[in-house]
Write a protein that binds this ligand. Sequence first.
Ligand code: NAP
Length: 462
Amino acid sequence: MTRPFRVAVVGAGPAGIYAGNILRTRAADAGIDARIDLFESLPAPYGLIRYGVAPDHPRIKGIVTSLHEMLAEGSVRLIGNVEVGADITVDELQSLYHAVIFAMGAQRDAVVDIPGLDLPGSFGAADFVSWYDGHPDVPRHWPLDAKRIAVLGNGNVALDVARVLAKHPADLLSTDIPENVYEGLASSPVEDVHVFGRRGPEDIKFTPIELRELGEVAGVDIELYHDDFDRPGADAETGERRAAGNQAKVLARILQSWRERGSTGAPRRLHLHFWHKPVALLGEEAVTGIRFERTEPDGRGGIRGTGEFLDYDVQAVYRAIGYRGTPVRDVPFDDAVGVIPNDGGRVLDGGGPVLGLYTTGWIKRGPVGLSGHTLGDAGETTEKLLEDHETLADAVRPGEEAVLDFLESRGVRYTTWEGWLALDAHERALGDGFPGDVVRERVKVVARDEQVAISHREVIVR
Ligand code: NAP
């Protein structure tokens, strides 16, 4: 065995955990004694799985089981409630580790320039998702007072947002939603949720399972509009559509079945519109409507405006048009794309790779895809890191305890894996002890200090 090879991974979502786990295995195979610390800005691990996946998606939340096993194995040490770039700088991290891997994901809404976006009633999907998933850093109260709502975008986040808005809240009770979220959704007067795509039904980025389940939401009718289908030129299949193959056919079949199904008179409706490009949010003091230009295929796989404008009377607009990453202080960042510039995972500045800095996941390649892609990314990044291993400078302050001493000296109340186990047990106990007939898997604790206090066993599990 050689000297301990110390690596900090920043971000305890799937990207960071996969990277830590793959690095551990590959390093061991290569006879390298890797010591890996996983830093997380939140008190609890799992990133996007805990704070990005909709509560009624247990299939995807199930990924937590394998992430849990990877951390429970013990070779990757969790250090939570630490903001890299604020509680500890990247320079300070580099004095403690041979290498740092950034895996913070993408948590902000993509930027778009549409007049009226600043009006009350205009929301980014990222914030709403954080609210319904009980993220500690967003306000507890969400204004749910609109009867008619527009959701922009034709990706899975738009589906999540539209489904959570339209769903009858009692159907969410068996999930892990926090109390304030249940109460907020229960007070919503919503009747119509309209989802708008700027391109056609062949161009949707929904995935089949997620689209199909939209049609299975109790007490909600799906409405489609015939003039959004069979638009002139839309049958000129582009290479992209042909490449989509079977998935595109399944999506088309789902939409077709809904066109044939018709309304049942359900109290809530979810409308899917296509060929609608948003041009302005309307209203003086708050959103009262939204204006679209109808679009059509431009014959080259894109779209062009038709000059026909349509206004919809809505009181809230949610943008689900993609995420983007957030820069970390002192780390190169490509602001145009919202990622850390890199070559196969090696962080680049203007002059080439920055020794000892690496990246993986959405902050490396942009916010597309979930676990499969992220696993591939982690493989590539760890390979580069191990190639560089001999050339990386030794840590100035080595030793397992050095980083913990440093954080304590700064007064940072970091959390640990044992702390997470305590919080996890606490949340499950809250779910078990919930009055009524519904079995609740857990009730998430939202407030950051409360999560930290429970992790530090300052609150007794009932
Ligand atoms: P996405 O799949 O990239 O979809 C973004 C949507 O926004 C597209 O329909 C895009 O239209 C539209 N858009 C972009 N800019 C726009 C503009 N200026 N005006 C109007 N529309 C605009 O992104 P996402 O929904 O944020 O999802 C991110 C990733 O997470 C995806 O890989 C997704 O599958 C995954 N995810 C999966 C699940 C799940 O349950 N499986 C849940 C959530 C997220 P164009 O196509 O025309 O660009």
